[in-house]
Ligand binder design. Structure first.
Ligand code: GYE
Length: 311
């Protein structure tokens, strides 16, 4: 009887927690992995996840958040496509007493408007990428072309800032072209084609810095079609550490990437469960790691390990 009573008295598990997730879209392999990992983490924890894909449009994200508020969810996850324009809808969530957690990107608003943000240090990611190039080229002149992420997004702003910090003081390294490729392979290829045309076929381009691997993979295709050897004629450094960049590295077509974990939801669910169960307030920022990988790190082995992680 005692055993039976204990079972009956078991505390309500997370299975009664309903969380709305406003996801940006699936613009990159990394983003698709974040989505699959988030769904897996929710399932393992018995969390009821309501998923909304915004096709990279902020107005769709705002609509989704309003819908989650109307449904009375217990919490809301937002990967904010751009850094501005969030105050109004976050105030509505606050008025409804629904905690909000930001995933993988920050916003330009008071941190009173969200419970916490689970992100990497994107300025540091840019530092790591820039420092790798500085150490690789030494005093040799190096004209760099830059593929920026989505205009107005915190990673695009911060990764540019961090890279420029790292190369400042090394006048031999200059960014000669910089344009957004919107974090996608297609745009990355298109913009790299325009850089090559504008730079006399690319013979004077020493390196590409791409704010994510997907744009780098698109650009690698453009460099090859222009008759140049990516990874050799034009060094390639980017961010995310998705499986395909390790295939490119193994082929000698890419040189370095800075890892970004797709599992932002695990830490987010941990702090939400603690907050909703016993009011534990988390820090306003939960930082994920950034690790440099190069061709010296057995890229095919890393590829094999990563391709089973939800990519
Ligand atoms: O690097 C890119 C995705 O927000 C940091 O968004 C994230 C970035 C990531 O499109 O692949």
């Amino acid at each position: 009887a005692a055993m039976m009573l204990t079972l009956l008295a078991a505390p309500a598990m997370a299975d009664d927690m309903t969380v709305g997730f406003s996801q940006i879209g699936s613009e990159s392999g990394w983003r698709a992995a974040e989505t699959s990992v988030t769904k897996q983490e929710a399932q393992e924890r018995g969390i009821n996840l309501k998923f909304a894909d915004a096709q990279q449009k902020q107005e769709n994200q705002i609509k989704a958040v309003r819908s989650f508020i109307a449904q009375g969810v217990d919490a809301i996850l937002i990967a904010p496509v751009v850094a501005t324009g969030w105050e109004q809808v976050l105030e509505e969530a606050q008025d409804a007493e629904i905690p909000v957690v930001l995933l993988d990107r920050q916003i330009d608003a008071s941190d009173e408007l969200y419970l916490t943000a689970v992100t990497s240090d994107q300025v540091h990611e840019g530092n790591v990428a820039g420092n790798w190039l500085v150490e690789t080229v030494g005093d040799e002149p190096c004209n760099v072309v830059e593929l920026q992420g989505t205009t107005g997004s915190s990673p695009a702003i911060n990764r540019k800032k961090g890279f420029e910090e790292a190369i400042s003081g090394h006048d031999n390294i200059q960014i000669v072209r910089s344009q957004t490729g919107d974090f996608t392979r297609t745009k990355g290829k298109e913009v790299m084609e325009s850089f090559l045309k504008a730079e006399d076929g690319g013979k004077d381009i020493c390196a590409l810095y791409a704010h994510n691997d997907d744009m780098a993979v698109g650009a690698i295709q453009a460099i090859k079609e222009a008759g140049l050897a990516p990874g050799k004629d034009i060094l390639v450094v980017s961010i995310d550490a998705v499986p395909d960049i390790f295939q490119a590295m193994a082929a000698g077509e890419a040189n370095a990437t800075v890892e970004l974990t797709p599992n932002m939801a695990g830490p987010a669910f941990d702090v939400l469960e603690a907050y909703l169960k016993d009011g534990t307030t988390p820090p306003k920022w939960i930082q994920t790691e950034s690790k440099l990988y190069t061709q010296n790190d057995d890229p095919m082995k890393v590829y094999e390990e990563k391709k089973n992680l939800g990519y």
